[in-house]
Design a protein around this ligand. Sequence first.
Ligand SMILES: Nc1nc2c(ncn2[C@@H]2O[C@H](COP(=O)(O)OP(=O)(O)OP(=O)(O)O)[C@@H](O)[C@H]2O)c(=O)[nH]1
Ligand SMILES: [Mg+2]
Length: 350
Amino acid sequence: MDLGLIGLPGAGKSAVLRLLTGAPAGTRTAVAQVPDPRLDVLASLFHPRKLTRASIGLTELPAFLPGRTPRAEVNTVLDLARRADALMAVIRCFRDPAVPHPLSAVEPERDARALIEELILADLERVESVAARLGKSHARKPEETRALEALTLCQPVLEGGQPLRGAGLTEEQSASLSGYGLVTGKPLLLAANLDEEDLRGGQGVPAPLRALAAEAGVAVIPFCAAVEEEIAALEAAERADFLAAYGLEETGAERLARAAYAALGLISFLTAGEDEVRAWPIRAGTRARQAAGKVHSDIERGFIRAEVAGWADLERAGSWKALREQGRLRIEGKDYVVQDGDVIEYRFNV
Ligand SMILES: Nc1nc2c(ncn2[C@@H]2O[C@H](COP(=O)(O)OP(=O)(O)OP(=O)(O)O)[C@@H](O)[C@H]2O)c(=O)[nH]1
Ligand SMILES: [Mg+2]
């Protein structure tokens, strides 16, 4: 699963990529591990040889200035955005005059709105052209007829300046459009790159940006790239003190990675043993047998049952054995809908 980072020039996209992935400057695509304190708890119980976190791909898309960047360049960015599973728009909120803003004044709400409108416009153009082409076609395939019906629903939504995300398309309608490269149906997150003072003073996300996010129905995650760089350079012990001084429980990089994971529609089930403690990304709603296939296709094929514990129950019990003795281990069948934070031991036949 891949997250595309979009934004105006100098908003802090590269900083986000660097902070979440640890990749050296200049890298445009890298893998971010998703922080999960539950894994650390399990690791302290099982002392595994290996700890494997869930990961997501991050790609920095080239910057563009809505309304100014030539159309062909914007289209290149949009093509990259179409390949992402979700988008994170990095919005400059920090004022530092040493870093010039391409539109001179720092106005986060304007930048975010311009990006959102650009994406809506791109979809509208696409919807119009595809609908026109399919409408004229005399040899329309059944799936094209379904797509045309869905496009007819999309057009007024986009014309009204709204993204397809909240348009109430059924899963079937969305699926019929999946090959047409629409971007506003993808999950979107705003990452507000704040000034250090705003982070410390607790002012947080500027009110107009917050209002826009609420209006657009998207989450906005505050962080400060400059502060994050400082935190990244600290030892673990110093890090906790540093965060406490800001009144924070986790770093901005952790918040961003977690929000991205959630935006991608992913949750984790966990496996724990002496060999490995690991988080497995699945889509919310995945059933036990299908989830088993993530671990190994043999387990999916030979599935007998899943032995499931909430990670917190396992922590309280201290071991699988104690948990079993206390009768708190749940036995679930193939159709059990796996929950975030379930620790699972699969029983299977090969
Ligand atoms: N003062 C301050 N400067 C920042 C902050 N975040 C980023 N910068 C600076 O802003 C500049 C741009 O940051 P980048 O992360 O390169 O931004 P970008 O969006 O990748 O920029 P382009 O790829 O050139 O469009 C760099 O000089 C950063 O050091 C911040 O929180 N505070
Ligand atoms: Mg960059």
